[in-house]
Ligand binder design. Structure first.
Ligand code: SAM
Length: 315
């Protein structure tokens, strides 16, 4: 701490980080130091690395005031991502705010699997030159995380022009944010947006159906970390058994999916058996395989229609 001529006290980044870490630890944050670094980096406009690297740097009064105001909001439970307005997902910076769920790292698994699936289909010998664009839908797009990250991955390997992505959400607010992220990542020309309950009535012929729909059991909502209470309930509450919204989408798959299509849904780590049973009950003759994440936990359900054997004597 030092007192410049004129009277007010100038604090250094190191001092403000200690103050913030103590404040957030007392408030129960699980990552108080990291939170403080991110918030101070935001307040001084220099990023986290710079404030960590220069603990002796003086911080101006306005930046210190902004930092302390954010610390108080964080101490009250507001997620750091909303305070910063940004969240890193799939190596990309997504704009985030209370209009939509903050994208979670576990959802990157779905983007990986979706990208592999799309590229495999585009490379397939069953796909002659001049074929129609591959049709992909992201149901419950939220911030647009899945649709945008997938489009960016496909663009990097020059495959995006052969793919059309429809991003759907029931929330117009979320769709507004998703559009902003698509524009921000320069993929808005390959993604269209629709406000609908699961799927627009006339939508169909999808080769790949992706969804990270709400899957938290209604009675477990109260046990979520306080940060989740700042996110839209519509993005999290999966009804009595957690699989109500996903179950309604399963009902639509026979009409929505192209022949040979695949659906990939993110599920909760304890829902592997439940989703297999639900697919068996709702879609007899279809298959449901559960993909694990790096920790070995069920994370993505891969659902396909098993091709019926040709009827004897038919052409
Ligand atoms: C868990 S969030 C996922 C957001 C984003 N896909 C992601 O992975 O970060 C679920 C999203 O589904 C949307 N949603 C909930 N019910 C829906 C429905 N019946 N039809 C369409 N979207 C729905 C919510 O508005 C929310 O944006």
């Amino acid at each position: 701490m030092s007192g410049p001529p004129g009277g007010f006290t100038v604090m250094t980044t190191g001092e403000l980080l200690r103050e913030g870490t103590d404040r957030l630890a007392a408030a129960g944050s699980e990552t108080p130091r990291l939170d403080a670094e991110l918030l101070l980096g935001q307040a001084v406009g220099a990023g986290r690395t710079a404030v960590v690297a220069h603990p002796e740097a003086p911080v101006g009064a306005d930046a210190a005031r902004r930092y302390r105001a954010d610390l108080e909001r964080r101490a009250a439970g507001e997620p750091v991502a909303y305070l910063r307005g940004i969240k890193e997902f799939y190596g990309l910076a997504f704009e985030v705010d209370a209009r939509a769920l903050i994208p979670r790292p576990e959802t990157e698994r779905l983007v990986d699997l979706a990208g592999d699936e799309v590229l495999r289909r585009l490379a397939s010998s069953a796909r002659p030159p001049g074929s129609r664009d591959l049709q992909v839908v992201d149901v419950g797009t939220g911030s647009g995380a899945i649709a945008v990250a997938l489009a960016v991955r496909l663009r990097r390997v020059k495959a995006v022009d052969a793919v059309r992505i429809l991003a759907v959400d029931i929330s117009p607010d979320a769709l507004g944010l998703a559009r902003e992220n698509a524009v921000g990542h320069a993929v808005a020309d390959r993604i269209s947006f629709a406000e609908a309950d699961l799927l627009p009535p006339d939508a169909g012929g999808f080769d790949v159906v992706l969804a990270n729909l709400p899957y938290v059991r209604h009675d477990a909502m109260a046990d979520l970390p306080v940060a989740a209470s700042f996110e839209p309930t519509l993005a999290l509450d999966g009804g009595a058994n957690g699989l109500e919204v996903i179950g309604r989408l399963l009902d639509l798959l026979p009409d929505a999916m192209a022949d040979g299509g695949v659906a990939m849904f993110e599920i909760g780590a304890d829902q592997g058996d439940a989703i297999v049973a639900l697919v068996d009950a709702k879609l007899p003759g279809w298959s449901c395989a559960v993909e694990l994440d790096l920790a070995g936990l069920p994370r993505v359900a891969r659902i396909t229609r098993i091709a019926r054997p040709p009827v004897a004597g038919s052409a």
